[in-house]
Design a protein around this ligand. Structure first.
Ligand code: FNR
Length: 182
C-alpha cells in the first residue's frame, strides 16, 4: 500500500524551523509514505458567508486532504496557541458543516519553537481542535523540540542528537496511520 500524507506546516516564514523540521522528519519515513506539502499561505481569511462558494485555494486544500490517508501537523507556538494561519486553514477545511475534509483522518502533531517548552501548549490546543474534528491523533510519543544550532546537519537531515528520538516518533506515526487509514 502507498500512503499519502497531507503535510500542514503552521509557519509561512521562509526560514521556518518547522518547515525544516518537517523536511528532516519526512526523510525518516519509509518508502511507501509520501508527503504532500499543503500550501496555506494563499487562503483567504475564513468567512462563513463563503461556505457555499469556497475559494479555489480552499477547494485545493480540501482536495489534498481528502486524497490523503493521514495528516501531519508541524507547527510553531504563537502566544501559547497555534498560529492564526494554521487555525484559519483548519477552519476552512472543516467546512461547510457536514463536509469537513478532516473527519476520520488519522493525524500526528509535532512542532519546534525557540522557547524552552517547545510548542507544548500549542500542541495541546491543536489536539483539542483535532478531537472535535474526529481525527484519531497519535498520543505518544510526544515531541516538544527547542530550536538549537545542531538540530539539523548541513544537508538538512535531523542531527545526531535528535535522530534516534525523531526516528522513533516517525516509526510510531507510521504505525498509527497504517492502523487508522480507511
Ligand atoms: C512566537 N514565539 C513563541 N515561542 C514559544 O515557544 N511560545 C510562544 O507562545 C511564542 N509566541 C510567539 C508569537 C509570535 C507572534 C511569534 C512571531 C513568535 C517564537 C517562535 O517560537 C519562533 O518565532 C519560531 O521561530 C517560530 O517558528 P518558525 O517560524 O521558525 O517555524
Amino acid at each position: 500500500t502507498q500512503y499519502r500524507i497531507a503535510l500542514i506546516v503552521g509557519s509561512l516564514r521562509r526560514e521556518s524551523f518547522n518547515k525544516k523540521l518537517a523536511e528532516g522528519l519526512i526523510r525518516l519515513a519509509p518508502k511507501d509514505f509520501s508527503f504532500h506539502h499543503c500550501e496555506i499561505g494563499d487562503l483567504p481569511l475564513y468567512n462563513q458567508d463563503d461556505d457555499s462558494h469556497q475559494a479555489a485555494p480552499v477547494k485545493r486544500l480540501k482536495q489534498e486532504i481528502t486524497e490523503s490517508q493521514g495528516v501531519l501537523f508541524v507547527t510553531p507556538e504563537y502566544n501559547r496557541s497555534v498560529p492564526g494561519v494554521l487555525k484559519n486553514a483548519i477552519d476552512h477545511a472543516s467546512r461547510p458543516y457536514g463536509h469537513s475534509a478532516f473527519a476520520g483522518k488519522p493525524a500526528g502533531v509535532i512542532g519546534i519553537s525557540v522557547g524552552a517548552i517547545g510548542t507544548a501548549i500549542a500542541q495541546q490546543h491543536l489536539r483539542n481542535t483535532l478531537a472535535y474534528l474526529d481525527m484519531p491523533t497519535l498520543g505518544q510519543p510526544e515531541a516538544f523540540l527547542q530550536a538549537k544550532d545542531d538540530l539539523f546537519d548541513a544537508d538538512g537531515n535531523i542531527g545526531e542528537g535528535s535522530r534516534k528520538f525523531l526516528q522513533g516518533w516517525m516509526d510510531r506515526y507510521v504505525q498509527w496511520i497504517q492502523k487508522h487509514a480507511g
